[in-house]
Design a binder for this molecule. Structure first.
Ligand code: UT7
Length: 332
């Protein structure tokens, strides 16, 4: 059986920086509240005139391919994680495929929110292990800003989310890079963090545009406390599961890259695991929560900053809508 390894990482963030002060001019919130509760100082929002999920992802993918010393033509397959595809359907995997000029190769979309990138990585890893593909682009990209309710009514989600894209090139190797992946879900909590519309199970009258515009069904609904409480438990479980599956201890982790949901969640995990500051990578302060894009953006930045070295053990962990949670352990 084959194994897979990440050979290149890339990311792209839209130019527009949205500070907490700017959000305070739109809604009843403050820089102090946002920093204290989430750690976020600023996030990026797209310019709808030029940015799309597909083209941001293509930029991240090109960076990843270039850093891997590969070209678009080397890619055999695309696994694309997003809950904010450019169209309701098709998914953005095909949009990025078109941007990259890769017509003909398969493109699969994964809709597992904050856990989406780890689900995508796991899927790509299986395709490589079976020998079906040699080089797979694994992408996480989101545009959250245009769905946010930027009035006081939506402040518990509007201050958290941001836009961006990250990509990894996964390639066949003899020596395992991706050691294991662990995927979980519990649909009993589906409505604790969701966007309802345009849901197919809605009555026809309520799925029509005039009706929908009057509803709040398009806005992100999140029970923040409930999500937080489950997140801290599931993050820990997923990390411990990954360590146990590989007979490793928390001391073996060189770098933990948690999904960037809330700095308080990352700090809680760090404290519970007894990890030093340099063993946990966070960039939520600058980008907010970019859902499926957060892990690949963070991994790409950490690599560029020299924080990921040959032979290091990297742990990825995520929790989010679904609820879904997942982890991956990687030997670099
Ligand atoms: O990425 C996947 C998953 N998402 C997460 O993991 C998010 C998990 N949850 C969280 O990060 C936190 O629950 C939040 C950051 C969303 C909220 O923080 P919190 O400490 O749980 O605050 P809270 O929801 O308990 O709200 C406390 C107060 C409330 O006011 P009252 O009822 O005490 O008067 C809120 O209305 O803070 C108020 N509030 C705000 N105030 C200023 C909520 N949002 C804001 C805001 N600015 N943006």
């Amino acid at each position: 059986m084959y194994a897979s390894k990440i050979v290149g990482l890339g990311h792209h963030l839209p130019e527009q920086v949205i500070t907490n002060h700017y959000l305070s001019s739109l809604m009843d919130t403050s820089d102090e509240w946002i920093i204290e509760r989430t750690g976020i100082k600023e996030r990026r929002w797209i310019d709808p005139a030029k940015d799309t999920v597909g083209n941001m992802a293509a930029k991240a993918a090109r960076m990843a391919l270039q850093r891997a010393g590969l070209s678009e033509k080397d890619v055999d397959f695309i696994v694309f994680a997003t809950i904010t595809s450019d169209y309701y359907f098709p998914g953005s995997g095909v949009i990025m495929q078109r941007e990259l000029g890769l017509e003909g190769i398969g493109a699969m979309d994964i809709k597992n929110a904050c856990s989406g990138f780890i689900y995508a990585l796991s899927t790509a890893d299986q395709f490589i292990k079976t020998g079906m593909y040699k080089t797979v682009l694994v992408v996480g990209a989101e545009i959250q800003s245009t769905a946010l309710d930027v009035t006081t009514r939506g402040r518990n989600t509007a201050v958290i989310f941001g836009d961006g894209a990250g990509a990894a090139v996964l390639q066949r190797t003899d020596k395992p890079g991706v050691l294991s992946t662990h995927l979980h879900a519990d649909g009993r909590f589906a409505e604790e963090l969701y966007v309802r519309d345009p849901g197919s199970s809605r009555p026809r009258e309520e799925r029509q545009p005039e009706q929908i515009l009057d509803t709040t069904g398009f806005k992100v609904v999140m029970n923040g406390n409930q999500v937080f409480k489950h997140a801290v438990v599931r993050f820990m479980e997923a990390i411990q599961e990954a360590l146990a599956a590989n007979n490793m201890k928390k001391e073996d982790i060189n770098l933990l890259i948690p999904h960037q949901a809330n700095l308080r969640i990352s700090q809680y995990i760090q404290e519970k695991l007894g990890l030093r500051d340099d063993q946990v990578y966070n960039n939520i302060q600058r980008y907010g929560n970019t859902t499926a894009a957060s892990i690949p953006i963070a991994m790409s930045e950490a690599w560029a900053e020299g924080k990921i070295k040959e032979n290091d053990v990297i742990c990825l962990a995520a929790f989010g809508s679904g609820f879904t949670w997942a982890s991956a352990l990687i030997r670099w």
